[in-house]
Design a protein around this ligand. Structure first.
Ligand code: ATR
Length: 289
């Protein structure tokens, strides 16, 4: 801690709970690697305290914060400005403080698309995509994906009404893409697997080894890509099954690092070292698992 001085700028993350977040680890790694006079801290913010915590960004002169579960939507009306992407996805995961003006961004969707392209060279234009889940993560990813004009996106969710709401919201704004809402039953999935170029799991199925629903991945075309945004474990049951079927995969860690890198760039204007962030993450994961 001898690098902290009176001039050190403070970044952080607001969440509840926040103790399991890996963001301080990867962001501080990037800060040190780039020799910046900054520090990134976790802040446990209860939902009732969110307004006060956002005011504290100004009062304490924080440079910026990440926003995580469960505050990504609730924070929007508390900010001065919100980017187009964040507004469309209805969620903010990054706030920057520019002389007391707080601007919200969402780097989840862009982080997803950038990491997908980097890892698999997948081009979204004209493709058929199946998204599992209709929560905050699905929204962020959908908002970025539709801008690339895929042919068809199916939103398949355990709670069908939530999938329908998301599809109805996006349908008017993005008429070039055919949007379909579906449930998450095995029979429904079986019907939709054929002709899918990219399957994305945005649900928390498989997180920390939790059970996932059965997916008929064997019905996907041989050149399909299977993507899972869950990053703990690194290789989820969905990724393992896809690999056993010799399908191309895209893992959650790639998106986590990319969205973190985009937030880092918004705050500092500096490109962070993705490889070093990845190394420190994998090392920590090995220690705790
Ligand atoms: P996030 O911001 O991470 O997307 P969220 O908004 O709470 O979190 O959404 C979680 C998503 O995971 C939802 O699509 C949820 O389905 P429901 O809308 O039916 O709740 C999905 N999900 C969570 N646990 C699941 C499980 N065990 N099986 C299937 N879907 C699950």
């Amino acid at each position: 801690m001898d690098r902290i001085t009176g001039k050190t700028r403070v970044l952080g993350i607001f969440g509840y709970p926040v103790e399991h977040t890996m963001s301080p680890l990867i962001q501080n790694q990037a800060i040190i690697a780039k020799g910046l006079d900054m520090v990134y801290l976790p802040f446990e913010v209860r939902p009732d305290d969110l307004k006060k915590a956002v005011e504290a960004i100004r009062a304490l002169g924080l440079l910026g914060v990440n926003i995580t579960i469960p505050h990504k939507e609730a924070v929007i009306p508390l900010l001065d400005e919100v980017s187009e992407e964040a507004l469309l996805s209805g969620a903010v995961n990054t706030v920057v403080n520019r002389k007391g003006i707080l601007t919200g961004y969402n780097t989840d969707g862009e982080g997803y698309v950038k990491s997908l392209t980097r890892d698999t060279n997948f081009e979204l234009e004209g493709k058929n995509i199946l998204i599992l889940g209709a929560g905050g993560a699905a929204r962020g990813i959908l908002a970025s994906i539709v801008k690339e004009r895929p042919e068809k996106v199916i939103i398949s969710n355990r709670t069908f009404s939530r999938a329908l709401r998301l599809v109805e919201e996006f349908r008017d704004k993005f008429q070039e893409t055919y949007l379909i809402a579906a449930d998450l039953s095995f029979d429904t999935l079986k019907r939709y697997m054929e002709g899918i170029h990219l399957l994305i799991n945005t649900t928390s199925m498989g997180m920390d080894g939790k059970n996932s629903v059965e997916l008929p991945l064997n019905l996907l075309p041989g050149d399909a890509v299977v993507s899972d945004i869950v990053y703990k474990p690194l290789n989820t049951a969905i990724i393992k099954k896809a690999e056993s079927l010799k399908l191309k995969t895209h893992k959650g860690l790639a998106m986590l690092l990319e969205q973190g890198a985009l937030s880092f760039k918004i705050w500092t204007g500096v490109e962070p070292p993705l490889n070093m962030m990845k190394e420190v993450f994998i090392k920590r994961l090995r220690c705790i698992s």
